[in-house]
Design a protein around this ligand. Sequence first.
Ligand code: HSE
Length: 345
Amino acid sequence: MITRIAFIGFGVVGQGLAEILLEQKTDLKNQFGFEFEVVAIADKMKGSVYAENGLDVQKLLDLVKSTGKIEDYPEGIKGWDSIQTITETNANLIVEVSWTDINTGEPAISHIKTAIGCHKHIVMTNKGPIALAARELLSMAKTNGVEIRFEGTVLSGTPALNLGVNNLASSKITKIAGIVNGTTNYILTEMEKGLTYEVALKQAQDLGYAEADPTADVEGYDALGKIVILTNVVMGGNITKDQVPCQGITKITYQDIKEANKEGKRWKLIAGAELKEDGFVDAYVRPEKIPLDHPLAAVSGPINALTYTTKYLGDVTIVGPGAGREATGYALLTDILDIHRKVSR
Ligand code: HSE
C-alpha cells in the first residue's frame, strides 16, 4: 500500500523530513517496503497545494527557497486550508508540523482531532498537543483505529521516548532528568566561549534550533512541555504544565557563567521528574550548576541528554541531538516507518 502524505506546516522541520524522504526514497522501498507520495502541503504562510497523484517534492523544496510560496507550484488545487487538506485530500498519513503553542496546543490539537475523525494516521513533532492533551488524543486515536506517533517532541530524532516507553517498559522508572532543550544548551555553550546572549540566540534561530517564538526556549516553556510529556507518557503520570515550577536561562549572565567555571561548575537548564512515595510525580525545569566532572556538564551545543533512573538497570542515559532541521525531520521518518510496520503487518 502506498502511503499518501499531507504536510500540515512546511517550515524547517517539514522541509527536513521532505529532504530525507527524497534522499531515501529507493532505500525505503527496498529495505522496508515503504512506498510514498506527498500529495498535499498546507502552510499558513507559504500557501497550499494538492495533487491526488502526488507532488514533485524537489520542486516544492526549490519553490520554498526561491519564492517562499508553495502556491507557485505549476499544477494542482490551491488555496485549501489545513482542515480542508486533512479532510478532503486522499492523504492517509498527516505530518503535523505546524507551529507549537504550548498554552493552547492549537491549531495542532484541532488538526489531530480532525485527522483522527477521518481515520488518518498522524506523526508530529509539535509538543503542544501531547503536553496538554496526550491522554485524550491517544484514547481518541485508539477508539478510531488511528496510529499517532510523536518521537520528535522530546530530543528530536534521538529516540528518548521510544527508549522510555518501549525499551525500558516495566523497568520501574522512578526518575527522569536531563537537558532537553537544544537552543538554551547552545546559548549557554556559546556564552561560555564569549558570545553575547543575543548573538548566541540569533545563531540558534538561524540554525533552526529555536521555536518560532524563542521565548518558549529561553524561559523554559519548551523544556516544561517536554518534561510533562515524559512524565505522562513514560512514567504514566497525569500532571499539567501549571503544576511544574519553571525557570529559564534569561537571568544567567556572562558573569554567572564565569563564576560557575571558577567553582569547577557549568550552568545547564535541567528538566526533571521524580516519583514520590505517595505515587505522585514532582517535576521541575530550572538552571543548575553542574560539576564539570558530571556527564551532563560535557553535553554541549544543541546536544541533549536524558537519564532514566530505573529499578532493574539503575541509570540509563541517552545522548544525542535535541533540535535541528535534519535531526527533527528524521524523528518523523522513524515514526512513519513505525506506523508502516504496524499497519502493513
Ligand atoms: N526549540 C527546541 C529546542 C526544538 O531548542 O530544543 C526541539 O524541540
